[in-house]
Design a protein around this ligand. Sequence first.
Ligand code: NIG
Ligand code: FE
Length: 388
Amino acid sequence: MSATLVRGIGELVTNDPTVGDGVLGVVRGAALVIDDGRVAWIGPAEDAPATDRMIDAEDGVVVPGFVDSHAHLVFAGDRAAEFAARMAGEPYTGGGIRTTVAATRSATDGQLARNVARLRSEALRQGTTTIEVKSGYGLTVEDEERSLRIAREHTAETTFLGAHVVPPEFDGKSDAYVDVVCGPMLAAAAPYAKWVDVFCERGAFDADQSRAVLTAGIAAGLQPRIHANQLTAGAGVQLAVALDAASADHCTHLSDSDVAALAGSATVATLLPGAEFSTRSPYPDARRLIDAGATVALATDCNPGSSYTSSMPLCVALAVREMRMTPAEAVWAATAGGARALRRTDIGHLGIGARADLVILDAPSYLHLAYRPGVPLVHTVLLDGEPT
Ligand code: NIG
Ligand code: FE
């Protein structure tokens, strides 16, 4: 069987504390062998076995591939003008979602598919080896179904977000729209979706509606995750914990009992600093969550409205600079944290048996991800052990 040796590793981040130092399981002077798409061996470079193929990391740091557990890639058009208006003082309310819904409905399948492929490849070039992709800009049975069908061609981590906002044709009839979401729309979407999500927020869906959407999704075999506490301190986080959602995302406005509920649960708090950056909003307090014992993930929230970035390294840098995370906590949250938010054990780390999804950086240490913001440090990305 042909194996690959990664040698010349200046610093190896395994996220496995049994293999190396600290929470990141850092090993220096290591080599790593990949066999059949999995990490098969880690040890001192001088003990590395002979293999058919070698990849030289040139003294760079090797980190697990980033796991972006929250992205909205199926859409058409952009909202650059809305961004410019915001930078001139307009607040972000989520109202612009309807602009993207109109553009998405008028797009062809080919246009939507090309946009997803473009963004997926943009993310991969920045080290994202796993990405979750949501629907949510179609908001009709047909448009949600095709959004997920297209998303499924690019990732197994697909999320039905028919309950993103109430579309204009259901103005004043949000309960009737929730019935459609929980009925025919869910039935059409479920074959292509792994997850169900809802935007639990003032102006979107209230606690009862959100619970109805998530429980209907669970009954259809999907697993719950939620947009919670983004713009206001609502009921989303408590609902997430009550339903054992894999993740509560945004978590920008949290009460003490929200923090305690997350800390006492298996629900990950996924923070999306690209959204606060692009909406010029106060960042969530990651330190408060981590100190309470909650598990924190970082993701991009890539979407044309609140966060049009596909860059996990940017999120790491923002988390360190603006959210009081240490560089080690931020790198862990962008890799192992994202894996937890997707309830995956095969990704987000480089222990023996892990999928060989990894990134070689043009930098001597993982610290450089936060220390050198905006710099294209990604040198090589391996997906399933193969260079991309
Ligand atoms: O996660 N909050 C809801 N959905 C997206 C924003 C979508 C948009 O503005 O188009 C978010 O920020
Ligand atoms: Fe989002």
